[in-house]
Design a binder for this molecule. Sequence first.
Ligand code: ADP
Ligand code: MG
Length: 701
Amino acid sequence: MNPGFLQTPIAYLKGVGPNRAETLQSELGIHTYQDLINLFPNRYIDKTQYYTIGQLQRSNADVQVVGKIIHIKTIEQKKGKRLVAKFKDETGEMELVWFRGQKWIRENLKLNTPYVVFGKCNWFNGIFSMPHPEMELLSEHEKGLKLHMQPVYPSTEKLSNKGITNRVINKLMQQLFLETKGRFSETLSDKLLYELKLMPKSEALYNIHFPKSQELLAKAQFRLKFEELFYIQMQLIAKNMLHKKKIKGFCFDQVGNLFNTFYTSHLPFELTGAQKRVIKEIRYDLGSNAQMNRLLQGDVGSGKTIVAVMTMLLAIDNGFQACLMAPTEILANQHYNGIKDLLKGVGVTCELLTGSVKKSARKPIHEQLQSGGLHILIGTHAVLEDKVQFKNLGLAIIDEQHRFGVAQRSKLWHKNQIPPHILVMTATPIPRTLAMSLYGDLDISVIDELPPGRKPIKTVHRYDANRLKVFQFLRDEIKKGRQVYIVYPLIKESEALDYKDLMDGYESIARDFPQPQFQISIVHGQMKPADKDHEMERFVKGETQIMVATTVIEVGVNVPNASVMIVESAERFGLSQLHQLRGRVGRGADQSFCILMTSHKLSSEAKTRLETMVRTNDGFEIAEVDLKLRGPGDIMGTQQSGTLNLKIADIVKDNDILKTARYYALQLLKDDPSLEKPENLVVRHAYAQLVKYKNIWNYIS
Ligand code: ADP
Ligand code: MG
C-alpha cells in the first residue's frame, strides 16, 4: 500500500463525509485514513467466553453467562420500582435487574428457558447482579454464533450525540480495510520481526481491530506496542547522538594537579563505588569533544556534593571556571560553606553570590569573574543576571533540578559562545521507565549507594490518637541532645485552613514543650524571607530543638543533628514529598526516625503511600510506586504535560517492552547510525514517514 494513500483525508472514506469528518477530527483527532487505522480500541468485549455463575469475579469486566430465569418480581423502592429476575445455572444464582422498560421486559421474558445474558456484574448484598443485561435466547444465540471479540473504541459524548457510535466506527474500520485491502507497509525490519517473533504489520493491524482470539490479539498488541516504543527510542537516541556530534564542547583532557591533590590528600572519606563510577562517567564526557548534558540522580544523602566538587576541579585544572547554582539562599549558603571547607588548602578561589549579597561585595566578585581570578562561583538565580560575566565558564552545575526551568538553563548556556558542560543534580529519583522515555536524550548517571555506616531511617505510621506517646518520644530524643522537625501540609487551595492548622499545632507544641527548657523555631510560607532564614539559622546552629514548618524545608537543608521527622496529616502528602521530607533526617551518626501522623480515615491510595514509606527507604522503589499510583502525566507535572501521549503502549505496564525496544533501538543505531544498510531500509523509511507525518511522537518538542 502506498503510504501516501493513507494520508487521504478521512472525509473521503465511504460512510464519513464532511460532517462526520469534522466530528472525528475535533473529538478524536482523526484527520486521515492513517489516523483512523491508528485509533486503537480501549478494550474488547469477549463474547467467545462463557462464564458460569460460580466463576464470576468481583471485577468490572463484561461477562457472558448462560442460564434460566426461575423467578421474577417487582420491588418497590423509595425512588421508583425495579424489576428483579432470579437467574440460575447449575453452579449458582444471580440477579438480573431493570430500572427502566420494566413492563415490556416483564411481558416478554420467558421463564425456565435458556438465555445468554451479557453485561457487567455488581456484587451486592452477597449476590451478583447484572443491571440491564443484553439478553438473547440461547436457541437464537446459537444460530447467530458470534464468535469474535468486539473492540470498544474511545468515545465522547459528542460522538455518541452525533450518532458516531462504536458500531459506526467499527463499520468505518471495515470500510477502510476494504479500500486498502488490508495491506499496510511493513515498518520493522525482517531481523526485528524474526528475532522478536513479531506479527507482521498488516496482520497486527487486522487483529487489533478484528481480533479472532485472545492469543492473536495479544500478539498484535505486543507488536504494535513494541513498534511505538521502538520509534520513540529511535528518535531520542538519534537526538542524543546528533547532539554529541554537532554541539562542540570544551575538551577537558587533563586530569591535573588540583584533582589529583584533592583526591590523594584532601578527600575526607573513601568514595563509594557509585561515586567513583559516576565521576568516571563524567570524566569521560568532559574529555570527549561534545558538550556534556548529564543528569545526576542520587537519593538524598547519597553524596552528590563531592561529585560536584571533583567535577569543578577538573574544569579548573583545564583552565576554566565553574559555577554551582542552588534553588534557595539557604542551600547556596550551605553549599558555599561546605565546599569552602572541603577545598581548604587546595588553592582554589570560591565566592558566594545570592540576592542578599550587598552591592559593594558584588563588585569585586564581578571583576574577579571577568579577570579569571575567581575559580568557583556558588549562588542562586543571582548567578544568571546579565551583569555576571565569566572569563571562561566551562562547567555549570545545577542542584535540585526541578526548581530550575528550562529557560534558566538555556540562559546559562548562552553565557559563552561555546556552551559550558552542564551537570544537573537531582534527589528526586525519576523512575527508570520514565527516565528512559523522557530523558532518553540526556545522559544519566545514578548514585545508587549510600555512604557506609548510615543507619537506615526507621519509619512508622501513627494515628493522631497516639500523639501523647509520640510527644513523649520527642522529649526523650531532645533530652539526648537531638533536634526534631514537625512538618505540616500546605496545599494551595486550602491555604488559610492549613495555616490555621499550623498555628494551632504550633501553640499546642509550645504548651507541651515549654520554654526555657525547649526552644522552638517556626518557618512557613507567609513569613518574610529574612525572617525565615533567621529561624532556619537558629535551628541549624542548634539554638532551637524543634522546627515547626510547612514544606518549605523540603529541599536540601542539612542539619545532621536532627534525628526525628514528624509529618502531620501525612495522608495529604505525595510519596515523593514524603520521601524528600524524610531525607532531612538520617544525616548524622545517630539512629533517625520518621513518624507519619494521620487520622483514622484513609483512602486506599493514602494507605499504599504510607505502607510504602514504612516498608522502604529506596527512593527509586518509591518513585516506581508513585508512578503506578499517579501515572506519568502527574509525576512530570505541567513541565512536561501532554508528553506521554502514547497510542497503545503504557509506560508503566509495558515497562519490559520499553526496555526491549530501547535495547534494540540502541543496537541498531550503534551498528548503523544513518540507517544505510539495506536490511535497515524498512526502518529508515518508516522513521522518515513518522517524522514527516508526526504520527506517534508529536509530543516530542
Ligand atoms: P546529597 O546527595 O543529598 O547532596 P551530600 O553530598 O550532602 O548528599 O552528602 C551527604 C553527607 O554524606 C555529607 O555529610 C557528606 O560529607 C557525606 N558523604 C558523602 N560521600 C561520602 C562517602 N563516600 N563516605 C562517607 N560520607 C560521605
Ligand atoms: Mg545536596
